[in-house]
Write a protein that binds this ligand. Structure first.
Ligand SMILES: Cc1ncc(COP(=O)(O)O)c(C=O)c1O
Length: 424
């Protein structure tokens, strides 16, 4: 099989006849990175959440200590993993005000947490003799595609509902979309495109009135918003303090700053979580029970999360959140001197979409990529998109200088950036 990469035909690789020594292989592996984005230079606004080299080192060493252990055996062979996962979940539940009966577990990432929340919701509805074939999830247009992926896997449908003009979920329109087939309502805290928190309080009321499962996608904000609040930032309520919130996804490998692949999925009750489980006995090897989509799970992300959470502690996370506030403040301030580029919203949570009324902002975005700053772009409205991390504090002035350069280049050369946007 041949594929074309940058016009060069690719031949299928064969397993080498004999092995090579590790130093040679290591050198090769490092050389493969030559064309990758230089994230260590803190020039990435997507994919990597950078809270400092010390945090990465702690996560990496803890990951290495446990990367061979398998959480498939955490009830039997590896009580260490069970203990660490339980403690990670406890700490998450404390942050998100989980009630006495709340529970959860770690997953490989936001998409898996969302998949499992939707599965639990669907199977619980089935157990309550509700019709689930073609069951509906009602989500704001800004919700992550992971809900569509989950629906596709689970035989459900998604209704994406237009937003309010302020780009938050339109709760009345979501209410109007509810039918007898609706199983789940969704709100984000914050959503990926705009960095805004949906009106979760109103969604919670609606979920209670209509007896529906409300999932809050706090993959981005779960480990960030509580610490922004502690820094005096006005953050909307989004967690289990709202009685209609049934489940919450919160990614550790985002603003928990832990090694990938690590997320948490929390349920308000143990009864709910029971529907997330996969239990099986009908084969020669006896009982198998897993809470996640994966069977084998490396212990690395569990140990990495446990270690980073203990390394940073509440005060460490609060300080990292303060740094993000400071970066965003300086970016907003700096943008006042760059007439062509403005933030789409006055206040967002780390994520900062930027627009232009004078230039093709996608042209500016492409110039920024040429200058070494990698981020996503978006279309509603046309904007460039940056996720700011604590480590951006070291480079915020360079960022603003390059943004000025990129805007000048786009203006002087009349460059067009095209209409398409990319998330990944
Ligand atoms: C709001 C939101 N939800 C869910 C996800 C999916 O997370 P993952 O990429 O870890 O599967 C993302 C990823 O960026 C996200 O921003």
């Amino acid at each position: 099989m041949k594929t074309e990469t940058e016009g060069v035909p690719r031949t299928r690789k064969t397993l080498p006849e004999t092995g090579a020594d590790w130093p040679t292989l290591k050198e090769k592996l490092l050389s493969f990175k030559a064309k990758d984005v230089q994230w260590k230079r803190r020039r990435l606004g997507v994919f990597i959440y950078y809270a400092g080299d010390d945090v990465f080192e702690v996560g990496k060493e803890a990951y290495d200590l446990y990367h061979v252990e398998n959480a498939l055996g955490s009830e039997t062979a590896f009580p260490s993993l069970k203990r660490m996962e339980e403690e990670v979940v406890d700490m998450g539940l404390q942050l998100l005000n989980g009630p006495e009966d709340a529970c959860g577990n770690m997953t490989s990432g936001g998409s898996e947490s969302i998949l499992l929340a939707v599965k639990a919701c669907r199977d619980r509805a089935k157990a309550q003799s509700r019709e689930t074939l073609g069951g509906e999830l009602i989500v704001p247009r800004s919700a992550h595609p992971a809900f569509d992926k989950a629906a596709l896997y689970l035989g459900l449908t998604v209704k994406r509902i237009s937003l309010q003009p302020d780009h938050r979920a339109d709760v009345q329109a979501m209410a109007d979309a509810i039918t007898h087939k609706t199983l789940m309502l969704v709100g984000s805290a914050p959503c990926y495109p705009y960095g805004l928190v949906d009106p979760i309080e109103e969604l919670s009321d609606l979920a209670i009135q209509r007896n529906l499962w409300l999932h809050v996608d706090a993959c981005v904000g779960g480990y960030l918003l509580p610490f922004l609040t502690r820094n005096g930032v006005d953050t909307p309520h989004f967690d289990f303090t709202l009685p209609g919130v049934s489940s919450i996804s919160a990614d550790l490998h985002k603003f928990g700053y832990t090694p990938k692949a690590a997320s948490t999925l929390f349920h308000r009750t143990k009864e709910q979580r029971a529907y997330q489980m996969f239990e099986f006995t009908n084969w020669p090897s006896g009982a198998m029970s897993t809470p996640t989509a994966a069977g084998t799970r490396s212990g690395g992300p569990i140990a990495g999360a446990w270690a980073v959470m203990h390394y940073l502690g509440s005060s460490g996370y609060q300080e990292k959140a303060r740094q993000i506030v400071e970066v965003q403040r300086r970016v907003h301030q700096g943008l006042k001197d760059i007439a062509d580029v403005t933030p789409l919203h006055d206040r967002t949570y780390s994520i900062t979409p930027m627009i232009s009324s004078t230039l093709d902002i996608h042209a500016v975005w492409r110039q920024m990529i040429n200058l070494g700053w990698f981020s996503s772009s978006m279309t509603e409205p046309k904007a460039m998109h940056m996720m700011f991390h604590p480590a951006h504090l070291d480079v915020v002035d360079e960022y603003l200088e390059d943004l000025k350069k990129a805007a000048n280049l786009a203006r002087e050369k009349g460059i067009q950036g095209g209409v398409e946007a990319r998330y990944n």
